[in-house]
Design a protein around this ligand. Sequence first.
Ligand code: GRF
Length: 207
Amino acid sequence: MPSSRKPQRLVVLVSGSGTNLQSLIDAAQDPAYGAVVVAVGADRDDIEGLARAERAGIPTFVRTVKQFTSREHWDRALADTVAAFEPDLVVLAGFMKLVGEDFLDRFAGRTVNTHPALCPSFPGTNGPADALAYGVKVTGATLFVVDGGVDTGPIVAQAVVPVEDDDDVETLHERIKVAERDMLVENVGRLAREGITITDRKVRFGA
Ligand code: GRF
C-alpha cells in the first residue's frame, strides 16, 4: 500500500566500506521506498562510505574525535551537524563509535543501528569474531533502536545466518553482511513508511 507520509529524511553515519549505506542509497531511488538519504557523516576521512555518498551526490561531513578537546564536545558537534540536515531518522550503518548523551537526547527513539550478531549475544566491535570463537552454529545481524548501552536497544529486526565449519572471520562477516543489508533496507523502509511503537522493549511497526 503506498504510504501517505512524506518521504522520511535519513542521515546515515558510517566508518568504513559503506555497503550497507549503498543498499539504502539504491533502495531510496524508488519513490515508493518512503525515505531519502539527505546526508552521510563519518568519524574518519578517506573511507569508501564517504566516496559512495559523493558519487551519489549526497552531502557528506566528517567529525573525528581528534578534532575536539573531549568526547563530549565531539558528540555535541556531531549531533549539531546531524540536526542541521533535519533528519526524521538517523541510521548508524557500520558507524564504529558510541554516540553520547547529547546525541541521544536529540535523536532518542529515531536512531537505529545495525550490529553483525544476534543481540543480546556478542555486543561490541568484534561480533563475528566473538561468535566464531564461541562456536555458535547460527549468528546473524540485528537492527535496533539505539539507547545508552552497547548494542542493548530495543530490537527492530534480526536476520539469522549459519556458521559453516570452514568459516574464518572474514567469510562469516561477509555472509552476515549479505543478510544484514537486506534486513536493513527492508526495515528502514518500513520504519519510514509506518513508524514504530515501543512498549516494554517490544518494537512494533505502526505509529
Ligand atoms: C557491518 O557488518 C556493520 O554491522 C558492522 O560493520 C559492517 C559495516 O559494513 N558494524 P559496511 O561499511 O556497511 O560495508
